[in-house]
Design a protein around this ligand. Structure first.
Ligand code: ZN
Length: 368
């Protein structure tokens, strides 16, 4: 669906790294950008105000989860996802494909769609490309994703079959879309096979999506393989549309993705780690439960500008964790998300100033 509500402007490039602005009905996204994940229409342990204050501009939510609970009709009845969860800025929903293939208890895939059992109550459901788009239209995010099949990345026979299916489903998603105020992104698959990735990137790029995503990575393959696949795909995807690397969110992967021309990232890792006492920093991970922090008056990261680091000591955070206080998850989530959100912003500035390579190399050198 051709729509001029979504404009992608490339403002600067530095090597293959790009800085741009993607306009959406709920505001402009400055890229590169990292999106916190709000699986159940909430980024766990954080209010929308806290998300705004840590600098988040884009939030992702999961179609599979919202479809099962509370249901897409209820979200639509409440005015759509933005109003339901009170996030007035840009939002993205995935298509449910990844969760159906990773979470659902039983699934049976055929060329028309997937039948699966809910991981919550065992009830039977069916997703087709048309159904996924209809659900995403009810949810109402600014960026919506095509329904794809995510295969185990090393099994070539399965990867190839899933890729062909993903292409056929992508066409059906485009035909099924009715809302002009949502940007539909196509997803490139192909596992860890360069020729399949190349084939998939050409097929998806030729369909006329508003943006493109690289799916099926960060699912167990090695980092060199992941970076190689990003290079193969981004050499083909059109430069004038945003590129989204799905499910990727560590300091190292963000920098490597940006260096290879990725604009948008999302990942549950920062908030998931935070609920398991782990702080992400530019030099590595910190287990805050560790006894060495018991008397430590320093913040998690002395160079971090987040609310948690400006305010609280490691000793206090460790106390909260030991006492099983809820505030621990909130404060560490603020820090972890800020780390990636701010990294993307600083990368953007470095791209404008033509020093991205040095910026990334300095951080990567200091990683543990
Ligand atoms: Zn911090």
């Amino acid at each position: 669906m051709a729509t001029n509500l979504f404009q992608f402007q490339l403002n600067a490039t530095d090597g293959n790294a790009r800085a741009g602005v993607f306009s959406t009905p709920h505001g402009d996204l400055q890229t590169p950008v990292f999106a916190p994940v709000g699986t159940q229409a909430t980024v766990k342990a954080l209010t929308p105000l806290q998300l705004e204050q840590l600098g988040a501009t884009l939030v992702l939510s999961n179609t599979y989860h919202l479809y099962l609970r509370p249901g897409a009709d209820l979200v639509a009845e409440m005015g759509g996802l933005h109003r339901f969860m009170q996030w007035p800025h840009p939002m993205l929903t995935d298509s449910g494909g990844f969760q159906v293939f990773s979470l659902a208890e039983m699934r049976k895939v055929d060329d028309d769609g997937v039948t699966f059992k809910s991981h919550i109550d065992g009830s039977t459901h069916r997703f087709t490309p048309e159904k996924a788009i209809a659900i995403e239209e009810k949810l109402g995010a600014d960026i919506i994703m095509a329904f794809d099949e995510c295969a185990e990345p090393h099994d070539r026979v399965y990867v190839e079959r899933a890729m062909q299916r993903t292409h056929a489903w992508a066409e059906r998603c485009l035909r099924a879309q009715t809302r002009p105020d949502q940007a539909l992104f196509g997803i490139v698959q192909g596992g860890i096979f360069p020729d399949l990735r190349e084939h998939s990137a050409r097929a998806i790029a030729g369909m006329g999506f508003a943006g493109h995503a690289i799916g099926g990575l960060s699912v167990g393959e090695g980092k060199p393989e992941m970076y190689a696949m990003i290079e193969v795909v981004n050499a083909i995807l059109p430069a004038d549309k945003p590129r989204y690397l799905m499910g990727v969110g560590t300091v190292e992967d963000l920098l490597n993705g940006i260096a290879r021309g990725v604009d948008i990232f999302d990942c549950v890792l920062p908030t998931r780690l935070a609920r398991h006492q782990a702080a992400m920093t530019r030099t590595g991970r910190l287990n805050l439960l560790n006894a060495v922090h018991a008397h430590d008056p320093r913040p998690i990261d002395e160079h971090c500008g987040c609310y948690t680091c400006r305010t609280f000591t490691r000793a206090y955070l460790r106390h909260l964790i030991v006492a099983k206080e809820m505030l621990a998850a909130t404060l560490v989530s603020i820090h972890n998300l800020y780390t990636l959100v701010e990294l993307a912003k600083e990368a953007r500035r470095a791209i404008f100033e033509g020093r991205f390579e040095r910026f990334a190399a300095e951080i990567l050198q200091n990683m543990e």
